[in-house]
Design a protein around this ligand. Structure first.
Ligand code: NAP
Length: 495
């Protein structure tokens, strides 16, 4: 069927549809809440870990916070008057998701310790296999498996020889004492910057191993007063107004302009970051070592109120010589110097091309996701893949994953997905997935548009694929919102 108008339901709505949600992070919880709200109560949520929360469960490093303002990084339907700060810490965000899951009746529905290892479309339904040997069958799969959740480990020579403690920033070992220790942090991404600012006053020495300098956008992070919180409780609409205001400011002042590297707003962001470096770092030699040689926001922009202060503390050291190897007592840099350490933190990011993998996903006629995504993962509108009917992704490949609220994005995506589900529920079709032609067109247009984004302006980052092309949504946020408002049904194959 290739009509752009919604077909008329042929019969009464189907009430037998079963949904499988994979992942109980922000997007999985959202999916469950929205399915319930739509009266589609036959669903299972499988979570491989022992607790919900996704990225906020896994990342517990000191200083972790969301650099999207909390009143925007909340579900639109569940404003939270209790946020402690403009940018609240990770533990509060984790508690928020637990609270919302309970309040909206989906907490008890989450099955933890359930890793889905295989997901195959057979006889018109999705058959799932779990690592523990159990199985399930559903009509729809919602892959809410996250973006940044497979830690990337550097392949330093000698890493195993290190006699101190080492772990990835997303696998923080809280049993390791910090006081009086010599700590090394590898990386200068958003995680490392937050860690450095939080750790420097707790440890004896802090060495930051920087491969690439980062532009830092200054932010202020005031606490909400008791009076402000009381006011939010009395007048929840005030939080809605704050949210709308921040959202608009983010969209106009950032999200809509990232895609036009030459826009005056991008220039202004660069100037602000430059001024932040000039005004915050006193020592000219250190300042130059901290100065990136690419444009602000080419890599994901760092938002910080404390990094420059932290790196100028007497016990902090910025190491810009490359790492040669790891030895039993520390890090040997290429200039031959040994940086002795008790603890080495690898804030080295994530394998961003994994998405729902390593789960084995087999679509129609035995089509394997691993083959389809062999070169690079992609999905029509970041949601649907040809030949994988009734399987939809939240925050899948090619979505807007800059410095935005992924909650706002997931909410838009889910309402789009529900419109596709509705086609099946109303018996217009049994299977729906993006057509090959639609994905090809989407990818061609996306790749063309990506060339003029700030991410393509001359730096290396996790936004780029193996060919150096940005994979994220290359158009404005407003265009994303418009696309998500209503699926173009002519782009879908329905059977
Ligand atoms: P990241 O941005 O990918 O940064 C990884 C860092 O490790 C980079 O500085 C990289 O250097 C360095 N690195 C990697 N391998 C290395 C090696 N072999 N030798 C030396 N240095 C190496 O990772 P991340 O900081 O964990 O952040 C990932 C994403 O998570 C962020 O971009 C953001 O989207 C999200 N995040 C968000 C927040 C938030 O507040 N919302 C907080 C943390 C993370 P190069 O730059 O030279 O490659």
């Amino acid at each position: 069927m290739t009509t752009d108008t919604r077909p008329t339901p042929a019969d009464s709505d189907r009430s037998d549809l079963r949904f499988i949600i994979i992942g109980a992070g922000m997007a999985g919880i959202l999916s469950a809440i929205k399915l319930r709200e739509a009266g589609l109560d036959d669903f299972a949520i499988y979570e491989k870990a022992d607790r919900l929360g996704g990225t906020w469960r896994e990342n517990t490093y000191p200083g972790i916070a969301c650099d999207v303002p909390s009143h925007l990084y909340s579900y639109s339907f569940a404003a939270n008057p209790e946020w402690s700060h403009r940018f609240s810490p990770g533990s509060e965000i984790q508690a928020y998701f637990e609270d919302i899951a309970r309040r909206y009746g989906v907490y008890s529905r989450i099955q933890t310790g359930k890793e889905v290892t295989r997901c195959a479309f057979e006889d018109g339904r999705w058959k799932l296999e779990m690592a523990d040997g159990t199985t399930d069958v559903g009509d729809f799969v919602i892959a809410a498996t996250g973006v940044l959740h497979h830690p990337a480990y550097p392949d330093f020579d000698g890493l195993d020889d290190f006699e101190g403690t080492t772990f990835h920033s997303a696998r923080w070992d809280h049993s390791v004492p910090l006081a009086g220790k010599r700590v090394g942090v590898v990386g200068t991404g958003s995680s490392a910057i937050q860690i450095v600012a939080a750790l420097v006053d707790q440890v004896a020495e802090l060495s930051l191993f920087q491969r690439t300098a980062q532009w830092v956008m200054p932010i202020e992070n005031p606490a909400y007063s008791q009076e402000e919180k009381a006011e939010f409780r009395r007048h929840p609409e005030a939080m809605g107004a704050i949210r709308a205001e921040i959202s608009r400011a983010f969209i106009d002042g950032f999200a809509n302009v990232l895609v036009d590297a030459e826009s005056p707003v991008m220039q202004a962001i660069h100037t602000t970051c430059e001024a932040n470096l000039e005004n915050s770092v006193k020592d000219p030699e250190l300042r130059e070592r901290l100065r990136p040689d690419y444009r602000a926001a080419c890599k994901r922009l760092i938002m910080s109120d404390g990094f420059y202060q932290a790196i100028q503390r007497p016990n902090a050291k910025l190491v810009t010589e490359g790492i040669d190897r790891i030895e039993k007592s520390g890090v040997r840099t290429r200039d031959g110097q040994l940086h002795e350490l008790d603890l080495l933190i690898l804030a080295t990011g994530f394998r961003v091309d994994r998405f729902m993998r390593p789960m084995e996903v087999v679509g129609r006629n035995g089509t394997r996701l691993e083959d389809v995504w062999q070169e690079t993962p992609s999905a029509y509108m970041a949601i649907s893949i040809p030949d994988f009917p009734n399987l939809f992704m939240l925050n899948g490949p090619n979505g807007p994953v800059g410095n935005f609220s992924l909650i706002e994005i997931a909410e838009m995506q889910f309402s789009y997905i529900m419109q596709l589900v509705e086609l099946v529920r109303s018996r217009c079709c049994n299977q729906v997935s993006a057509s090959r032609a639609a994905l090809e067109r989407f990818n061609a247009e996306r790749k063309q548009a990506a060339k003029t984004t700030i991410w393509a302006s001359g730096c290396k980052s996790w936004y780029l694929d193996d060919d150096g092309l940005p994979t994220a949504w290359p158009w404005t946020f407003d265009r994303f919102r418009e696309e998500m408002a209503k699926p173009r049904l002519s782009e879908f194959e329905m059977r």
